[in-house]
Structure formats: C-alpha cells, structure tokens
Design a protein around this ligand. Structure first.
Ligand SMILES: Nc1ncnc2c1ncn2[C@@H]1O[C@H](COP(=O)(O)OP(=O)(O)O)[C@@H](O)[C@H]1O
Ligand SMILES: [Mg+2]
Length: 399
C-alpha cells in the first residue's frame, strides 16, 4: 500500500471521535469518516473507501457488532480494530466473530493504538490475497510451546533452527524466551552476550545494525538472542516489548524461532500472539497429555486460531506406551509431527550440538530435518495473532 491508510472511526461518542482523530493526525493517518453505529457507517464506508476501521464496541453491543459486520461486508479487505471498555470473554468472542482483527481495551494509550494499526496494516500488505511474487515484509515467527519442561522444546527449537540454516537459504534467529531456564545458549554451546531482556528494553529505538551486532552467530549460521542468565532478570521485561522485538526480528530474518518455558505467563502469551505458527509440544506421559489438553482448551476458549497450532508429539524417554492415535482422540487434534525417542539426541545435548549436526544420520536427526522441511515447505499465511493474551493473562503472573 503506497499511501497512508485512510481511517474510518465508528463510535457513538462524537467527543471521543475527535480525540481519536487528534491521536491519529501526528502519525499522518487521515480520518476520512467518523460516525456512530448503524447504516450510516456502511454507507460512508462504501462512499469513502477507508483502508482501516476503528470501531468502539459499547452498548448497545448487538448494534455495534452489526455495524462492524455491515462495514466488513462492504470493505472486506479493510481491517477492523475494535476497542471496548469490556474484556468479558463473550464480548471478545463476538468481536472476533464479527471479523475484527484486534481488540483494544478502552481507554488505551496512543502508542498502543498505533502499534495495533501498524501490525494490522502490515498484514494487509503481506497477507493472503496480495501478489504472491512480492517479497514478504515479515518472516515466519515459529513459537515452540508446551505445557511442561523437559519435553524437548529447546531440543526441537535448536534442531529445527540449525536444519533450516543448513538446508535452505533462509536466515534464522532463535530468541530464547524461557523465563526460567534459558537453555538455548547451553544447547548450542555459545557464550551469551547481549540478552533478550536488554534488547526488549530498547526495542522502541532499536535499529537493525544494533540488533544484528547484539546477536551471537552459531557455527551453523543460526543467530541467537539468548535469555538472561538469571530468572530475576526477566522481571523488568515487558511482554509488549518482547512482542515488538519478535516482530522487529521477523522483518530481518526469514525464520524467528521462539523457545518458551514450560509455564504459562505473559511472556509466553506474547510469544503465542506474535506467532505465525506454534508447535505445541507434548510428551507421551499422561500428565503431559492432560496438561496439553488443558492448554489447548484455554487457547480455544480465548479464540486462538486453531489452524496456527501444530501438535508435535515427542518421546523424550523410551517408555512408549501411548500411541499417536490415542493422543489425537484425547486431544481432539491431529498430530502434526511425531519425534521418536533416540539416545543420540541426549548425547548431542550433552556435547552442546544439535543432533542434526552431531549425528546427521541418526533417526532423530532425519526426523527433525523432516520437521524443519515441513515447516519451511508449508504455505503459512503471514498473519498476526490477535491481541488477546495481553488482556487475558494478568500482569505479574509470570513464573
Ligand atoms: N526424542 C528424544 N529422544 C531422546 N531424548 C530426548 C528427546 N527429546 C528430548 N530429549 C532430551 O530431553 C531432555 C530435555 O529436553 P529439552 O529440550 O531441554 O526440554 P524442554 O526445553 O521442553 O525443557 C534433553 O536432555 C534432551 O536431549
Ligand atoms: Mg527448554
């Protein structure tokens, strides 16, 4: 989109409409229409062809939702950013079903609004429906996620990353977002220099050269941004900044792979929100499957797009009692990939090399190389996640 987006504001409160206009003008966003709920919104949308719609969702909610749906019908390619003083789950669902791309909590800060606008407009430019021959403005963000520790998340992260770097021309960055035990540096046997915490703190003013110089390059060609050494160092890190950092990185790397802890906190929420694909890792013991089931339910109830979740079953120990088919039945989700138990994997971990490099002919290596191939080969839509977790995970719930 060569020009600045034309914005339409739908809000019953004319005074707030003016306030919103005043927020947008310095960012050179032209408001071409503003109105309340009802048919006027649809007709203005038809006449003035806005590229972006900001819609307040307040009482009467049904009318607000109808208005958004009507405007979406007329301008299906113009993303809607809704805002509401309510974060009740049923309302969040209704708003998302109406086709809104994001939902801000009202009142919001200018920065929050502009970040949301930037995010949705970027996906308009890169998302499905645009000319496929055009280079994409942002790479894939792959989040490796799981309910527990010790189920192979970091092993999968480091192996996929090195396999992609080795087997393709794609650039790869691993960001270690494990707020408890950042193991990526150890597993790749690299000396951490600058950490995620430091980069996140300066994301607002970060430039590409500074970022690149902060990264450690592994001999495989994978770039790494390690986790801070001590869990306490995560205390100051804002989830919003981590999201921004991942997005920033995705404009420089074809693949940004985010490793996460075996816990659910606001940093994990951020890692899920920005992900274009999520590998949901589960091991095969009952406790892990139960926890995975819980986590899938939570994600579903929060409206997380199911098509972005890829269930990955790992066998970190040899006791192979539960079959993939049973797991699928229990979790009501297809298994995307299954990783066999292989003692070579543990051996590789111990010498600080991904098994795809240490023992490229091993069963584990060929399996993980296959997984990397499936990830790079698939046609993943470069879409942003919706801003749910920021609101649904209480601040301070980390660790
Ligand atoms: N499929 C597997 N076969 C053998 N060992 C595995 C397998 N997957 C993981 N492991 C081992 O399990 C241990 C924990 O893995 P790790 O990746 O650190 O888990 P997480 O990041 O989920 O805490 C590591 O020593 C790793 O080598
Ligand atoms: Mg780990």
């Amino acid at each position: 989109m060569g020009r600045n987006p034309l914005v339409m504001i739908i809000d019953e409160d004319p005074i707030f409409r003016q306030e919103l206009q005043a927020m947008l003008t310095p960012a050179r966003l032209a408001v071409v229409a503003d109105c309340g709920y009802g048919v006027e919104a649809a007709s203005l949308a038809e006449e003035l062809k806005p590229d972006l719609i900001l819609a307040s969702i307040e009482e009467p909610i049904a009318r607000a939702i109808q208005t958004v749906e009507a405007v979406r019908g007329i301008r299906p390619n113009a993303p809607v950013i809704a805002y509401s003083s309510s974060t009740e789950l049923p309302l969040v669902r209704q708003v998302m079903h109406a086709g809104a791309r994001d939902l801000l909590v009202h009142p919001f800060k200018v920065g929050e609004l502009l970040a949301a606008i930037e995010a949705v407009m970027r996906t308009v430019e890169t998302g499905p429906g645009t000319n496929a021959a055009q280079p994409q403005a942002a790479g894939t963000i792959l989040t490796v996620f799981g309910a527990k520790g010790g189920i192979g998340k970091t092993t999968i992260t480091t192996n996929i990353a090195t396999a992609i770097a080795r087997d393709t021309d794609n650039s790869v960055l691993v960001m270690d977002l494990d707020t408890r035990f950042g193991d990526v540096a150890i597993m790749l046997d690299i000396e951490p220099a600058v950490t995620v915490a430091e980069m996140a703190a300066q994301v607002a003013t970060l430039d590409r050269a500074t970022f690149k110089s902060a990264l450690v390059e592994h001999s495989s060609g994978v770039f790494v941004l390690p986790s801070p050494k001590h869990p306490n160092d995560w205390r100051q890190v804002q989830a919003e900044d981590v999201k921004e950092l991942a997005r920033f990185a995705s404009r420089m790397f074809d693949y940004v792979i985010l490793d996460t802890p075996g816990a659910f906190n606001d940093i994990v929420g951020a890692a899920l929100e920005v992900a274009t694909q999520v590998l949901v890792v589960t091991s095969v013991d009952m406790a892990s499957i139960k926890d995975t089931s819980f986590i899938l339910d939570v994600l579903e109830s929060e409206g997380f797009p199911d098509e972005r979740l890829f269930l990955t079953v790992n066998h970190p120990n040899g006791a192979n009692t539960i079959r993939a088919a049973d797991i699928e039945r229990v979790l009501r989700k297809k298994v995307f990939w299954e990783i066999p138990h292989d003692s070579q994997m543990t051996m590789a971990t111990q010498i600080g090399l991904p098994v795809v490099l240490a023992r490229p002919k091993s069963r584990a290596a060929s399996n993980l190389t296959g997984l990397a191939g499936k990830i790079t080969g698939r046609d993943a839509p470069a879409r942003e996640s919706r801003g749910f977790f920021r609101r649904l995970i209480p601040a301070g719930s980390r660790n």
